[in-house]
Ligand binder design. Sequence first.
Ligand code: GDP
Length: 472
Amino acid sequence: ELANRMAERGVDVVRALMKMGVMVTINQPIDADTAELLVSEFGHRIRRVSDSDVEVGLSGDDDPVESLKPRAPVVTVMGHVDHGKTSLLDALRKTDVVSREAGGITQHIGAYQVELSGGATITFLDTPGHEAFTGMRSRGAKVTDIVILVVAADDAVMPQTIEAIRHAKLAEVPIIVAINKCDLPAANPDKVRQQLLQHEIVVESLGGDVQDVEVSAAKGTGLDKLQEAILLQSEILELKANPDRNAEGVVVEAKLEVGRGSVATVLVQRGTLRIGDVFVAGAEWGRVRALIDDRGNNVESAGPAEPVEVIGLQGAPEAGDLLSVIDSESRARDIAEFRQRQSREKRAAVGQRGTLEQMFSAIKEGQAQLLPLVIKADVQGSAEALVGSAEKIGTDEVKVEILHSAVGGINESDVILARASNGIIIGFNVRANKQAREMAQRDGVDIRYYSIIYNVIDDLKSLLSGMLAPAV
Ligand code: GDP
């Protein structure tokens, strides 16, 4: 690779290295100092790319105050499954005056904008559920200004409602409560308000400062009030960005498409992204060939809070990756390569670790006294039964430590939790979501799936006695 970069023959490079006393084959990695020496030996100019060289991205609020212009709020809808997140997003989308005039042709690109009849604009992330929000947050990107917490009026506060509240609070993002399904006879909005109190969400009518709006996504009622609440909240937040600079944004979605190559939906956070711009997005780089908005139109540019599909990437970045426009293509390449190398090295390091193997030998050698577990199950009864049995099977040498147990699928916060304590995750009749799976794989966290309690206990016993084969 180095030979290639210098436009020298591989054999010459190897020969030169041998002369320097470094015995290597053509595909063997060499350290940076040796490489530097070698490059100057060949009479080429070296430029080392270091961490600080490639620290591009949302580098803080260094835009002068005069350059800041108001921007649209970015809103994420969260809430318990079946409480109507998807329906609400669809209903809100239909209120867009622009696409309504154009005949309602819309594209699902992971985010969309709604222009209200008064001229104000709101951006919605339409990857429903917590994945988008938490996934991005775990990668350091702050995209959401406001969380709409959807609670069904006939069902009230449920586990994922609580999870959503926890995540929004952790991220310090203000919540607006949308009490949905108010068209149903069984609807009891006051019960929702009361139950939210227990989770420190105090709505205005109960003397707090959280706005709440009664809506029906099915009937389309209350949507105008919800939008007013969003605008009011965004006024309080004084959302602003500088549109006149190199664009920076966040990848909301990325996919590979036949004929179009890598396509990423990017939410611009500041600056303006234009056709022809060279950029890096995570460990990928590209040059903008086309921009397509959420209404399916080809556009020339996208400014702050505007989501666009970007065509012209060299590879597929990941959701949550930051995109930054770079002045030169060679620098963009360098940064992307550097980041790819970094993530390769990180993966290799993780591969060597192997949490469960390590745990297994630590237990065998008598070093580990605790086996940390995260338990996720489909129903509360199973979760409790598992916790109870797991706690009982500890031996004098090794005890089970329950880091967390809850009802629901395995998500990124479970992986983060397990990783921090070198623990493993038990999924009982539940699966891991995509982000959690990828994160677990990347970080070497073991996830084991079961549907029979006895098997869990059996495996844990074997593990505690140091006999369980590592998961493949
Ligand atoms: P999600 O899982 O939170 O995305 O929920 P969905 O949007 O998929 O909605 C779950 C179910 O509730 C669907 O059958 C919807 O038709 C229904 N639903 C959603 N909103 C309303 C509403 O305002 N009123 C009524 N009656 N049903 C609704």
